[in-house]
Design a protein around this ligand. Structure first.
Ligand code: FES
Length: 121
């Protein structure tokens, strides 16, 4: 397994992402709060460049007491990445697709040593 440097912790602010070339593949490194996550840049659907997609908060659709929905709101605790090819949406923390928990991104190994971020593929 080869290891690649993905920058320094200080290079990332909350919500940042970098896509790192790792030999013949790519890995997306994400910072959410003080935590870092790394996923292979191949969508679980049809291998699109999922890590280069739009990042947004999870959308919620509250159901009113009369069983109607009239608005949408964001879940500030949950960030998602949306694949640019067909719109599949994945949790950045878990890698799971939001509508089908059998569909998940492939995790890459991530280590932080002396403030430097390394991914292994
Ligand atoms: S390849 Fe990502 S949604 Fe289809």
């Amino acid at each position: 397994m080869a290891e690649y440097m993905a920058g320094n912790v200080g290079d990332y602010v909350d919500g940042d992402r970098k896509v790192v070339v790792c030999g013949d593949s790519e890995v997306g490194v994400f910072r959410i709060g003080d935590e870092f996550y790394a996923w292979h840049n191949r969508c679980a659907h049809r291998a699109g460049p999922v890590c280069q997609g739009r990042i947004m908060k999870r959308v919620l659709e509250p159901v009113a007491s009369d069983k109607t929905t009239r608005t949408q709101e964001y879940d500030e605790a949950e960030s998602h990445i949306i694949c640019p090819w067909h719109g599949y949406e994945f949790s950045i923390k878990t890698g799971f697709h939001q509508g089908n928990n059998r569909v998940r991104l492939r995790k890459a190994e991530l280590q932080i040593r002396n403030g430097e971020i390394y991914v292994s593929v």
